[in-house]
Design a protein around this ligand. Structure first.
Ligand code: AMP
Length: 729
């Protein structure tokens, strides 16, 4: 679902929309997919209008000049007409420039972003943060290796994730296989529904993601074709907003209407058809056990629910977590590390009683304020705004405290890593993006040169997943609440009369029965009342996508009293799912900047990584090549190693300025320069300021400031210092 940004990545909707447990009836409106009107900026609209008028005037005046020349009119008349033509051309070009600048600054423009991205990616690849996999064999799209600094950053991000979530929240970590038997992914719905729509070049067979081609066409027209009318621009923006809801037929029709062809060859394209994104395999030599590489880690947790629940002393709520590789055979991966075919996911499944989704630690995050983008704001064309999380939960904007708690924790996690809080927003899914069983979903989206990117999905998936595996495996994945005293409870009993339903609906009987059984109490009692007063009722069966007529003799609905000693229920699950590669890429962009060299003749790159994630915390440089300084550097290195601080000695004879520049480009926050055998300087990367400490103090100061036990301001206040940009390069 594209909402207002044409550049938002999106959780795969198909899998989320599985309708195994049908509850939608005529008593509740089926989910409607209303086209969202994107309001076009008024200035852009009037400029497009004005440009089209100016173009017509230029054309008309051009014709007038030609006619005057053809009729051999008097020279002064021709000159006057040419002068008028030039004036109109100038006016047209002024409007053109204005429109171009509006498009660029409104976020649609890609020129500045592309230049910025090129600088970042260049540095990342040159310094081996990542490497296209199998490069010497020309590589494979969508597969990347992490080089040494990339590995170090990933390991720092994951170890902070473990600390922030698993350790601080007492989660149960598991580690399940990537190879997964088909039966598991059949139950979860992935085998049938984990698809994207694909089109093929009819002559070469090259495959493309159908929605990407349509999106590219619309975006390019909007950004680069200044001649399109305001109405056409509004139409294209509208298509961008609603295209994720297009059926294969609708998508195919738009592709044909716009004359979109294969990007590389301009050949015609096939009709769109679904392509399953899982890598298929078989387990064992016989090939008889079909399997897939897992597309997410969550299923490993769900299938272990029963054991984990017992391990946790049969207490709810509890959360299990898993970090691991996920595999998705993306149709045409692009956008570097953002859409790849193998990536690291870190997922949490927090199991909670559906009747009590409060969270004991919610007050810890309730006062946080950050950019939130609730669905009402999206629908009415507003932008994300800063909201207080506590208020958002109290007002029901966020469905429940536990979901709110995780939104807050994700915000803290991402901002502590170094994600810019002004370029981080939490966007709520629209009703048509969510499955009927989902209570509420929010994506943490980070703005990058590619636009707003979904990096973490936080969803209250209710009981869907556990129920699906209970049904398929026959193992009840349930929790119990023992009552202190037996309770008399009134239970809703819905008994479809299968004989009558079979006679009336024949092959559709099963769908109708499932829908009837899935009614909640309110719906069932409303149906009972209508059946009693009118003898029949219209009932919407979602799996059939139509209403059917239910007669009084087809279902009995009653409430029965029973004594119960315990309540057995399927827990709800709240799932924060982190795409680690996406977070890391966005972090690269947010931390990247350039600054002029001292001589001012070149721009030097630097990554302003917080020490927490920096790949190397410190470099140690002997100022000049001499044995005494090198010995001192080795002593410091040994001490840094003993306190677990990653570091690097640079004893090359290169100028100190060049050595600083080299480490700035790797994002190393501190540099120790050995310029005597009793004391050294410590330089902080971002300010380039230096303090002087004794040789003995050096490792412990760097260790304290790297681990956040001291701030650089504390260090600055404690030790002799000089603002030493001058001493740098
Ligand atoms: P999903 O299950 O589709 O919601 O994906 C969970 C998270 O995985 C998303 O929030 C993304 O951060 C990440 N993700 C999904 N697909 C990809 C991909 N092809 N490449 C990299 N990260 C992905």
């Amino acid at each position: 679902m594209r909402i207002f940004s044409t550049f938002v990545f999106h959780r795969r909707q198909q899998i989320f929309n599985l309708r195994q447990f049908q509850t939608t009836t005529i008593l509740r409106n089926p989910i409607s997919i209303a086209p969202i009107q994107i309001p076009m900026d008024a200035t852009e609209q009037s400029l497009r209008q004005s440009l089209s008028e100016k173009s017509s005037s230029v054309e008309a005046q051009g014709n007038a000049v030609r006619a005057l020349k053809a009729s051999r009119a008097a020279k002064p008349d021709i000159d006057a007409a040419i002068e008028q033509l030039n004036k109109l051309k100038l006016e047209k070009s002024t409007v053109e420039k204005e429109l171009q600048s509006i498009i660029s600054s409104s976020g649609n423009g890609s020129l500045n972003r592309e230049a910025f991205r090129k600088a970042v990616v260049n540095t990342l690849e040159r310094r081996l943060f990542y490497i296209p996999s199998f490069k010497i064999y020309s590589g494979v799209a969508g597969l990347f290796d992490y080089g040494p600094p990339g590995c170090a950053i990933k390991s720092n991000v994951l170890s902070f994730w473990r600390q922030h979530f698993i350790l601080e929240e007492n989660m149960l970590e598991v580690d399940c296989p990537c190879v997964t038997p088909e039966v598991v992914l059949k139950a979860s719905g992935h085998v049938d529904k984990f698809t994207d729509l694909m089109v093929k070049d009819e002559k070469t067979g090259t495959c493309y993601r159908a929605d990407h081609l349509l999106k590219d066409y619309c975006t390019e027209k909007l950004e680069k074709d200044l001649t399109i009318s305001a109405e056409k621009a509004a139409e294209l923006k509208d298509v961008l907003a609603v295209m994720e809801d297009f059926s294969p037929e609708q998508l195919g029709a738009k592709i044909r209407e716009y004359g979109i062809t294969a990007p590389d060859t301009k050949n015609p394209l096939s009709d769109p058809y679904p392509f399953n994104l899982m890598f298929q395999t078989s387990i064992g030599p016989s090939g008889l056990i079909p399997g897939y590489m897992r597309p997410e880690t969550a299923q490993g947790i769900f299938v272990n629910f029963k054991d984990l629940y017992y391990y946790n002393g049969k207490k709810l709520p509890f959360a299990a977590a898993q970090i691991g590789q996920a595999f998705r055979n993306e149709i045409s991966p692009r956008q570097g590390l953002l859409r790849v075919r193998e990536f690291t996911l870190a997922e949490i499944e927090h199991f909670v009683d559906p009747e009590n989704k409060s969270h004991p630690k919610f007050s810890d995050v309730a006062k946080l304020e950050f950019l939130m983008f609730p669905r009402e704001e999206q629908m009415s064309g507003q932008s994300a705004k800063k909201l207080c999380l506590g208020e958002a939960v109290a007002k029901g904007t966020v469905n429940n405290e536990t979901l709110g708690y995780f939104i807050g924790r994700v915000y803290l996690f991402l901002t502590r890593l170094g994600i810019d809080k002004e370029r981080l927003r939490f966007r709520q899914h629209l009703a048509n993006e969510m499955a009927h069983y989902a209570a509420d979903c929010w994506d943490a989206e980070i703005e990058s040169s590619y636009g707003w990117i979904e990096c973490v999905g936080i969803a209250d998936r209710s009981a869907y997943d556990l129920r699906a595996h209970s049904d398929k495996s026959g193992t009840p994945l349930v929790a119990e609440e023992k009552f202190a005293e037996p309770k008399e409870v009134e239970k809703l009993v819905i008994t479809p009369v299968k004989k009558e339903l079979g006679l009336a609906f024949k092959g559709n009987q099963k769908n109708v029965v499932e829908s009837l059984e899935a009614m909640n109490e309110e719906e069932a009692m409303e149906m009972k009342a209508t059946l009693e007063s009118k003898g029949e009722v219209e009932f919407y069966v979602c799996t059939l996508k139509k209403s059917v007529n239910i007669k009084k003799n087809m279902v009995s609905i009653s409430k029965e009293k029973k004594k119960e000693h315990q309540r057995v229920f399927t827990p709800s699950v709240i799932e924060p799912s982190f795409g680690i590669g996406r977070i890391i890429y966005c972090l690269y962009e947010h931390c990247f900047s350039t600054r002029p060299s001292k001589a001012g003749d070149e721009q030097l790159n630097l990554f302003r990584f917080p020490p927490l994630v920096a790949p190397i915390k410190c470099t140690v440089f002997p100022l000049v090549q001499n044995q005494q300084f090198e010995e001192a550097a080795k002593v410091i290195s040994k001490e840094l190693a003993s306190v677990g601080i990653s570091h690097k000695i640079d004893i090359t004879g290169t100028s100190i300025g060049k050595r600083y520049a080299r480490t700035d480009e790797l994002g190393v926050p501190f540099a120790i320069t050995v310029d005597s055998d009793t004391s050294v300087t410590i330089r902080e990367r971002d300010s380039k300021d230096q303090v002087r400490v004794t040789l003995k103090e050096a490792a412990s100061v760097v260790s304290s400031v790297s681990e956040g036990k001291m701030t650089w301001q504390d260090v600055w206040a404690t030790f002799p210092h000089h603002s030493s940009a001058a001493a740098d390069e």
